[in-house]
Design a protein. Sequence first.
Length: 469
Amino acid sequence: MRARRQPSLTLRATLAFSVVAMLAVASAGMYLYETMKGAVMTRSDHAVLARLDHFRKLLQYDLTLTTLQSSPQLFENMLDSEDDIFIIAEPGKPAVIMVNPLHAPLPSMPVVPANMPLSVADMRSGMLDSGVFDSEVPMRAATVEAVSGGKVVHLTAAHIAVKEMATLAGFRNRILLAVSLAFVVTALLGYVLLGRGLRPLRRMASHAAAITPAQLDSRMDNRDTPVELQQLGEAYNAMLDRLADGYQRLTQFSADLAHEIRTPVGSLMGHCQVALRQPRTEDEYQALLASNLEELERISRMVESILFLARADEAQSALNRQTLNLADELQRVAGYFEGLAEERDIALHTKGDARIEADPLLLRRALSNLVANAIRYADEGSAIDIRVVVGSRHCRIEVENQGPTLDDATLGKLFDRFYRGDASRHQSSDSNGLGLAIVAAIMQLHGGEVAVNQPAPGRICFGLVFPIS
Ligand SMILES: Nc1ncnc2c1ncn2[C@@H]1O[C@H](COP(=O)(O)OP(=O)(O)O)[C@@H](O)[C@H]1O
Ligand SMILES: [Mg+2]
């Protein structure tokens, strides 16, 4: 089943950036809007207060109510806008002057006494929602007492913030426009820039898509890759290195395998062809069959070894771990090879003991391979030491013998599949170069390793290293 297609990284990041930009512009705009609204309203409050103060003084000193009543232009041009309210009334009587074009209801207000100064705290707010405006319009009003010609009158003034609201609405629209612009511009810019930034990823994808087994040596160029992707690029190249290495080994292995099998098969065919050229005696046929059987057994051993290696490559679970007494194991293997060693006049010395967890059959097989090699490649009449060395974290089974001195390059190749030294190539037919590869595979299955070193010229020492848990 195909996984649901996820939205692209570019799209997601661009959207996130745009939303952030939008929020930033919106909050700055809101802050400015509120500040501006506050300033505008304070200014209009002061205008109302100044108007009241002015008329209070006028009435108190030189203007009579009747004069004012008869010349409305005196106060009309004092008003801020045509909607503003101005009322003069004696307490408990109908108003003498009444300007309230919108018939706006007034909030209830305290009356500031004649001898007290006016302040913003004496003002009250109201809302006007007459059908004239789309939304409610705030109103600010105050009432003062004045004494005119011995009579007490109440002056009420109010300002309806129609113009202010219109200005603020215009300002709000600009903010909304800026917010939308911020979103669109950031989205576009982000999309373009991110698209460029992620170009190396696309390059990597097309590079990976072009890789075939025949092209495993091609590598990504990481020079102009951003730091964040450099790690990925390097890991990718390292993976290709390992794949190329593994693939090369595999190719080499199958080439070697074909080569190794061709020789015995060729020789089998040769023997048969020669035998068939003319009639043979029964003895001759028997000898031929015996020699063919030997060759076939060699092939069979090789096939068995290759199968073992192939299984060891994939299976980890096949281990049958048991607690083993190493002294017994060394004894057992040494006993088994005694006859073979004697033929070459070689002495086998075993030493040391330990208990480890290992698969007995595999351990015996690994150790036998080492001992068989030692007997085969040791100098005639020398001695072979088989010993257990216990360290703090490892336990080693060492097999040391006297033999040819090998250079470092050769030492590195000993564990390769099908690698054989010259000595073994010229020697007996049961050498196939897989023995040490099998030892290495067995040790890997046990979580350990096989090591080789030359403690002194002409002495070679193989060690099976088991970790102690
Ligand atoms: N104890 C040893 N002393 C010297 N050379 C050795 C010893 N063990 C192995 N070698 C070298 O390592 C090669 C690989 O060993 P191995 O994998 O067991 O293959 P084989 O024994 O079939 O040749 C041998 O051909 C030999 O040249
Ligand atoms: Mg061998």
